[in-house]
Design a protein around this ligand. Sequence first.
Ligand code: FMN
Length: 142
Amino acid sequence: MKKIVIVYWSGSGNTETMAKSVAKGAGEGGGEVVIKPVGEATKDLVKGADALAFGCPAMGDEILEESEMEPFIASLGSAEVGGKALGLFGSYDWGDGKWMQDWVERMQGLGAKVDGTGIITQLEPSEEALSACYDLGKRLAG
Ligand SMILES: Cc1cc2nc3c(=O)[nH]c(=O)nc-3n(C[C@H](O)[C@H](O)[C@H](O)COP(=O)(O)O)c2cc1C
């Protein structure tokens, strides 16, 4: 059974809703699922995963949330994410998704096998986005 670790930050709950859909898909896909808000996650948890999903909304000016998510992502290297399937997801509002494009490239730079181009949705997740999150979870578990 694959261990799927999902780590997210969410201020108003939109990205958290996406994280829960990823978890549902991964669980129903046969994975062992660990889902944590980033404040409760550790590098070792990420290192011990077979596949990963990280979620964070667009914050600041098209960047990751700065007090918890950015330092957590900055703490990771190829030892934690290299060669692993990794799904990225998050909610945004007025931007064009640049934060996600940058995040995908950054994680690819660490050697992660990033799933597609990341799942983004405007504000409260659409049904389509939640279904994409569910499918991501299933792929990660498969
Ligand atoms: C401080 C702050 C900065 C934000 N910066 C951006 C931004 O740069 N681009 C964007 O598209 N949305 C931005 N947003 C909107 C959020 O990404 C959006 O409200 C999202 O749904 C929040 O997700 P959450 O409910 O998971 O916290 C910002 C919101 C806040 C509160």
